[in-house]
Write a protein that binds this ligand. Structure first.
Ligand SMILES: [Ca+2]
Length: 343
């Protein structure tokens, strides 16, 4: 427990804070008992000094959240997790000075950041936004000088960013970054903020290609995504009889959500055989996901306004073998008209 003793000597703590810190040590210690023990993995001096500090700056993920930061993101990776870290530490706000997209992040330590399993330097990290949002920027805090690698060498360098509406088919993010900056500072680090053309997305993915020299692990501290407020409309949908045998209206359940229309064939008959856009959509890019012909499962159609200040409308045609329905989708203007200045 050399690190603990060093930590205790170098900090003048009142009893209350000491109790808090000891509680954190106790909780974290159970998980990380083995990784903090001397071992072959720990012989790297830089990494063995990855220390517990700046806990005071951490906040609870349950704090109130500003409207623009997408609040409930889950994340997964194929790179494993090292040092007792958890990939959720990169989206839950722990380590941030506030739950905002401009907050600073504390020095990276195991409870507030994520590093890969040993040797897993590249791979993917996939963020599930918890719904379809129109996203026009994200804030990224790299693994910093807090460690485990010295001077932020564990941080992500080369990266490709892609997005998806269904979590299966990913498309490169137009105008997205191809690298993240190295962060040598180890306290109160501001984010890198990346702006891009608004994209309708339910998922973001980082395909990590390199780090800044740590031969053992790659990691980062936090990411936050900015949802464009006010222009993700929940449309109205009017269902009318289609162009096949009567019975189209009752064959399909139709519901709407933010930026989406869900079409669900009743659990009988021949199922959903085709789903198409009729004529050119007005002011929208419409995405119809692939689905197995004859499915009885809901199919979620998503759309993004081309100009968020203008109305959207388009018509879908859903069909089974014998019945069809037209679904007219409308969004009114959702961006408030600017108030003229008072003379
Ligand atoms: Ca964090």
């Amino acid at each position: 427990m050399k690190i603990f003793e060093k930590f205790m000597r170098s900090n003048k703590l009142n009893n209350r804070r000491l109790f808090y810190l000891l509680s954190v040590f106790a909780l974290f210690g159970i998980v990380s008992l083995f990784v903090w023990q001397p071992s072959a993995e720990m012989q790297d001096k830089n990494e063995s000094e990855w220390r517990i500090q700046n806990i005071k700056g951490d906040i609870s993920p349950n704090d109130a959240v500003p409207a623009t930061r997408i609040p409930s993101i889950t994340v997964s990776t194929n790179m494993g997790s090292g040092f007792g870290t958890n990939i959720q530490n990169t989206v839950n706000g722990v380590g941030l000075s506030s739950l905002s997209l401009t907050a600073t992040h504390a020095a990276t330590i195991p409870p507030n950041s994520w590093v890969s399993a040993t040797g897993q330097l590249t791979g993917t990290v996939t963020f599930n936004l918890g719904g379809i949002f129109t996203v026009d920027s994200f804030s990224f805090w790299n693994q910093n000088g807090g460690g485990p690698g010295a001077n932020g060498s564990t941080g992500i360098q080369g990266v490709a960013v892609s997005t998806s509406t269904d979590g299966i088919t990913f498309t490169p993010l137009s105008g997205g970054p191809t690298s993240f900056a190295q962060v040598t500072a180890n306290a109160n680090v501001p984010p890198q903020i990346f702006n891009f053309t608004p994209v309708s997305a339910g998922f973001f993915r980082f395909t990590i290609q390199s780090n800044y020299g740590d031969s053992a692990r790659t990691g980062f501290a936090e990411v936050g995504f900015n949802a464009v407020s006010g222009n993700v409309c929940t449309p109205s949908a009017t269902v009318t009889e289609g162009d096949l045998f009567p019975g189209g209206i009752v064959s399909f359940g139709v519901s709407t959500g933010p930026g989406s229309v869900t079409v669900d064939h009743v659990n009988a008959g021949t199922g959903l055989q085709s789903l198409t856009v009729v004529d050119a959509p007005v002011n929208a890019v419409v995405n119809i996901p692939a689905f197995p012909a004859g499915t009885f499962n809901p199919v979620v159609v998503t759309f993004t306004p081309i100009n968020p200040a203008l109305p959207v409308s388009f018509r879908l045609r859903a069909a089974s073998q014998f019945h069809a329905a037209f679904i007219d989708v409308h969004c009114v203007i959702t961006t408030p008209t600017p108030t003229p200045p008072i003379p």
